[in-house]
Design a protein around this ligand. Structure first.
Ligand SMILES: Nc1ncnc2c1ncn2[C@@H]1O[C@H](COP(=O)(O)OP(=O)(O)OP(=O)(O)O)[C@@H](O)[C@H]1O
Length: 345
């Protein structure tokens, strides 16, 4: 972890106000003996009030487990956490009152209308009925659901249903909102719409939002601060820009026509002037260079002279995928696929 210390230290600085979330060295193991799964292996982070914090990681990285500990749904084996100033173990009731939690799976009654769902949720939280009605109207309006409010929610689109999930988490005016994979399963348009809503929540309402995602683009777009987790540990932290700046220079991605030539191609590219390092990922090579525009023709010429056939080659500024590749040693998409396969076994 030492090479990431700089960015992780940056995470703990806050501007005077008490942080909305402080997680220290969280450890959680499921099961025991041979079947034990270490879901979290010492994760720490701090979320300043009024910001959007992204927990980014492939399937099975430990994101939901972190959220469950912070929302008091499960207890960590060791470590400590405070949310809205309350200890998740000793002051669980206060934590629950101060937070909204939107789980991965839909949490409304599909046979009730949107309005009925919101009013019921307000009652569950003990919000007085007049305030519940007022807040319901406000939330329906804010999420563009007012017109559909009195229709049974199972007739709503997926995007509308997901917005209702978020609205339900806000009925009691929490200080901190947890969104577990808020846009999984949504089409691109509904996803963009949801992104706009989420960034509005922090900016307009001063709410602190912690969201988990396995979409790099979502983390890049929404998060003020990001923690990248992999196999239960934090691999990098910072703003999306800081993380990308850790990889100064550009990345040249070389897609090989023949996967068997990858080791040979790697040696050829490493020898090109201006190439700092080359990482291998299936049939793609990622070369880190100071300046993509000047290095690309040299890489092309070297590969052509060595008889390596390509299917494509591109130069780009580093992406979060490159950050992940550098720190986790494998590409995000490959890790996500591996995680999904692991979970469906
Ligand atoms: N109740 C449980 N019992 C046993 N193992 C579990 C349980 N919940 C999670 N795990 C395992 O712990 C690890 C972390 O899971 P977690 O759900 O926190 O990951 P995640 O990053 O949220 O992944 P996803 O994006 O798939 O939800 C995984 O290996 C998962 O299979």
């Amino acid at each position: 972890m030492s090479r990431h210390t700089h960015a992780l230290d940056g995470q703990t600085r806050t501007a005077g106000r008490e942080p909305a979330i402080e997680a220290t060295n969280l450890v959680k193991t499921y099961g025991g003996g041979d079947k034990a799964v270490r879901a979290l292996d010492g994760v720490s982070f701090t979320v300043p009030s009024g910001s959007v914090f992204g927990l980014l990681g492939p399937n099975g990285a430990g994101k939901s487990t972190t959220v469950k500990i912070l929302t008091t749904l499960t207890a960590a084996d060791s470590g400590a956490a405070k949310v809205a100033g309350f200890d998740v173990n000793r002051e669980a009731a206060q934590v629950r009152h101060a937070i909204g939690y939107v789980p991965q799976k839909q949490c409304f009654d599909p046979t009730a209308t949107g309005r009925e769902n919101l009013v019921l949720q307000g009652r569950i939280y003990g919000v007085p009925i007049t305030q519940t009605r007022q807040r319901t109207d406000e939330l329906l309006e804010r999420f563009g659901l007012a017109e559909a409010a009195d229709r049974i929610t199972k007739t709503w689109s997926g995007g509308m249903q997901r917005k209702l999930d978020v609205a339900l988490g806000l009925i009691h005016r929490p200080q901190v909102l947890f969104l577990d994979e808020p846009t999984t399963g949504l089409d691109p348009e509904a996803r963009a719409d949801m992104w706009a809503e989420i960034s509005g929540l922090a900016k307009a309402d001063g709410l602190t939002v912690l969201l988990t995602t396995h979409y790099l683009e979502e983390a890049d777009q929404l998060a003020d601060q990001l923690l990248i987790v992999d196999r239960g540990t934090a691999v990098a932290a910072g703003t999306p820009e800081e993380l990308k700046a850790l990889l100064d220079g550009d990345t040249i991605q070389v897609h090989l026509a023949d996967v068997d030539t990858r080791e040979h191609a790697q040696k050829v590219i490493v020898a090109v002037d201006g190439v700092r390092s080359v990482e291998l990922d299936a049939s793609t090579l990622h070369a880190h260079v100071a300046d993509g525009a000047s290095a690309l023709p040299k890489v092309l010429t070297a590969l052509a002279s060595a008889g390596v056939r390509l299917s494509s080659i591109t130069a780009a500024r580093p992406s979060l995928d490159d950050v992940y590749l550098q720190f986790a040693g494998r590409s995000f998409r490959a890790a996500d696929r591996a995680g999904t396969e692991e979970e469906t076994k």
